[in-house]
Write a protein that binds this ligand. Structure first.
Ligand code: IPE
Ligand code: IPE
Ligand code: MG
Length: 252
């Protein structure tokens, strides 16, 4: 079954555009388990997960999703064994190089959120080059969360607001939701409408704690390296059946 003939995509194409989630975020989990199940070292799961990244990027464009955030590496992931971290960093550089042409061709604009200062010089350079080379992309905004911790993002936002108050630029009473949101890494984009977590876990794992306040959550048992665009379409279709109430008694 090719993507063009996939049933999920056909159903999505028949939907009203307003029903499609504008922003989909994915906690890409289960690479290690995927490898272990096959008697392979964990890094083979990370390597295999690259194809899934390609799949969701292309699938998001096909489905008409405007913003796709992928949680690729958390602050807490720095506590993993050094060889695994080194492999993930190699993969990041490889991705930035190998995918660049297709990303540009497909109209993808890439941005990165997280504490990038913790990365090595070569990794930071790879990130800078993919961001600048994809600047003109206008079909899909791809946000890669790397070295990302939501608590740290919130803490840094609080620090910056405190600094502005101390400098006399802002009154404490002026710190409202929009002032706070403006200090987050994600300030330029709307909050995720749909969060997908693979590998059957029901955890947020320090991901976008502020931004997920009213996001629809979707957990699938599929391990990340097995995730294909059809799985994304299934999640999007499930999302369209949810009633988002935002605290009111009905969606409208
Ligand atoms: C997700 O897969 C990738 C990263 C967190 C970098 P894991 O490596 O967490 O795989 P599991 O959860 O151990 O199976
Ligand atoms: C969350 O996965 C981080 C990423 C997918 C990058 P983890 O595998 O690190 O999360 P926990 O440890 O199971 O909560
Ligand atoms: Mg995991």
């Amino acid at each position: 079954m090719t993507s063009e003939t996939s049933e999920g995509l056909d159903l999505i194409k028949r939907l009203d555009r307003a029903e499609i989630p504008t922003h989909v975020a994915v906690i890409m989990d289960g690479n290690g388990r995927w490898a272990t199940e096959r008697g392979l070292p964990r890094f083979e799961g990370h390597r295999a997960g690259m194809k899934s990244v390609r799949e969701v990027v292309e699938g998001a464009i096909e489905a008409g999703v405007g913003i796709l955030t992928l949680f690729a590496f958390s602050q807490e992931n720095w506590q993993r064994p050094a060889p695994e971290i080194a492999f993930l960093m190699e993969l990041l550089k490889h991705y930035a190089k190998a995918e660049l042409r297709d990303l540009v061709k497909n109209g993808v604009r890439v941005d990165v959120v997280g504490e990038i200062e913790r990365l090595g010089r070569a990794e930071r350079a790879a990130i800078d080059s993919i961001i600048s080379a994809t600047r003109e992309g206008n079909k899909l905004q791809l946000i890669l969360a790397i070295s990302y911790s939501s608590r740290r993002e919130l803490m840094q936002a609080a620090q910056r607001l405190a600094e502005r108050v101390a400098a006399g630029e802002l009154l404490p009473s002026e710190i409202d939701e929009s002032a706070f949101q403006a200090e987050l890494y994600t300030a330029p984009w709307p909050d995720p409408d749909l969060l997908i977590r693979t590998s059957g876990e029901y955890r947020i794992s320090n991901f976008m704690l502020w931004q997920l306040a009213y996001t629809e959550l979707y957990s699938t048992p599929v391990l990340w390296p097995d995730f294909r665009r059809e799985h994304l379409f299934e999640a999007v279709l499930e999302y369209t059946k949810r009633e988002r109430r935002f605290g009111r008694i009905s969606a409208r």
